[in-house]
Design a protein around this ligand. Structure first.
Ligand code: ATP
Ligand code: MG
Length: 399
């Protein structure tokens, strides 16, 4: 009897000819999630993935990691036995013993058999009866309830083995990170942009991040907070997300000198996009990602977005565009970025918010407002002095 984990995936099954590439990517990411020190084989098998812990029980921590990998719809820790009814009954007994040990009093159950191997000499209803009868005789605390059982014993008779399990644990869904190219996330210390990055990763995008830092107006601590946020996001791809830290002080200073207060936010965003686009194209990254959401603040009206967007031809993904703040906050809490985001270190933008920002900037007026700024020189300087910082990954499992 082997202990394995069955990994199910959904959407990547729909990718036609690309399907093997997606499946291989998921296998690779599951492998990475376990880390180099965990002895296990990860293999594709007829529309799902089997993680085999080489004779050992699947460790709980490993199960938790596997079920957080994007692309995974659900997982089940399972027993695998050869095509023998006796061995399958013995494995069922072990699984049910575990269930009973964790509970008090009577437990109700039912058996659900799927037999894709039509050579196996019992039909599914026959197998349900055999397993049910055997378990009822073995454990007096068990009773059958086919409508609302406390647990279901799943039995799958496949080509080469029988799999048995009682748990189906949901995963995050989505697509495996790396299957949809790369994106450069504009990562502030706020609540929104880390969530936007997480949602982009969920669609298979591998992330790198860029952060605009205005030392000494903003402290080193605010920069570290952003690196820490990149670290939390890295938990979902199991590889460090590099952060390009841009010294934004010369740009901020130039904006203060040359741009009327009502336009500073718009011009600042345009400068961010110019610099981000340049760095993205230098690294062959085809898209930018931001945490903007329509109407949330002055710079996020459609008119502002249009005025900001004008400076780049690169696609800008805004995964939060239609979400309410409350929904974003809830997601931030779930993914573990919220507590860091609300730490009170000022961001470059909170510092320079004018009293009455323009909410409907006209493009010609924005162009006029920044006309006196040495834009190309500022972008060149920012790009030339960028610093790359990698967050420290959580230690890999050593089991
Ligand atoms: P967030 O919570 O992500 O900071 P926000 O609601 O505060 O978002 P803005 O401050 O208007 O919104 O910023 C809009 C987007 O611009 C952010 O989501 C982020 O993608 C990007 N951005 C803002 N400030 C920075 C910064 N200092 N470095 C990198 N990106 C930034
Ligand atoms: Mg912000």
């Amino acid at each position: 009897m082997e202990s394995v984990v069955l990994v199910r995936y959904g959407e990547i099954g729909l990718k036609g000819k690309n399907r093997p590439a997606f499946e291989n990517r998921l296998v690779q990411n599951l492998r990475r999630a376990l880390g180099p020190e965990v002895e296990a084989s990860v293999r594709r098998e007829h529309g799902r993935i089997v993680v085999d812990f080489k004779g050992r029980e699947a460790p709980r921590q490993a199960i938790d990691r596997l079920r957080s990998v994007f692309g995974v719809v659900s997982i089940s820790p399972a027993k695998a036995v050869p095509l023998s009814l006796d061995e399958a009954l013995a494995a069922a007994r072990v699984l049910v013993e575990e269930k009973l040990r964790a509970a008090k009093g009577q437990l109700t159950f039912k058996v659900e058999t799927k037999r894709s191997n039509k050579q196996f000499p019992f039909t599914s209803p026959e197998l349900n009866g055999r397993f049910g009868g055997y378990l009822l005789r073995a454990f007096p605390r068990l009773a059958v309830d086919v409508h609302a059982p406390d647990f279901v014993l799943h039995v799958e008779v496949r080509e080469k083995a029988i799999y048995l399990y009682t748990e189906i644990l949901p995963g995050p869904g989505g697509l495996p990170v790396g299957s949809s190219s790369e994106g450069l996330l504009l990562l502030s210390g706020g609540i929104d942009s880390p969530v936007a990055g997480w949602l982009a990763m969920k669609r298979g995008i591998r992330l790198r991040a860029i952060h605009f830092h205005s030392f000494p107006f903003t402290s080193d601590r605010s920069k570290e907070k952003v690196i820490d946020l990149a670290g939390v996001l890295s938990r979902y791809s199991f590889e460090p997300i590099p952060v390009y830290v841009v010294n934004f002080t010369p740009v901020q200073t130039a904006i203060r000198q040359h741009v009327p207060p009502a336009m500073t936010i718009t011009v600042m965003r345009r400068m961010m996009l110019r610099i981000a686009s340049r760095i993205a194209s230098q690294h062959g990254i085809p898209a930018l990602i931001t945490g903007e959401s329509v109407g949330q603040v002055a710079s996020q009206t459609l008119e502002s977005m249009a005025a900001i967007n004008e400076v780049t031809s690169m696609p800008i993904l805004r995964p939060l565009v239609a979400m309410d703040k409350g929904e974003i906050v809830e997601l931030a809490q779930q993914i573990g970025t919220y507590d860091l985001s609300v730490l009170p270190y000022p961001d470059c933008c909170t510092l320079f918010v004018p009293d009455r920002p323009e909410t409907r900037p006209r493009i010609e007026r924005v162009r006029a407002a920044e006309a006196d700024m040495p834009i190309d020189e500022l972008v060149d300087e920012a790009v030339a002095t960028v610093d790359v910082v990698e967050p420290v990954l959580e230690p890999s499992l050593s089991l």
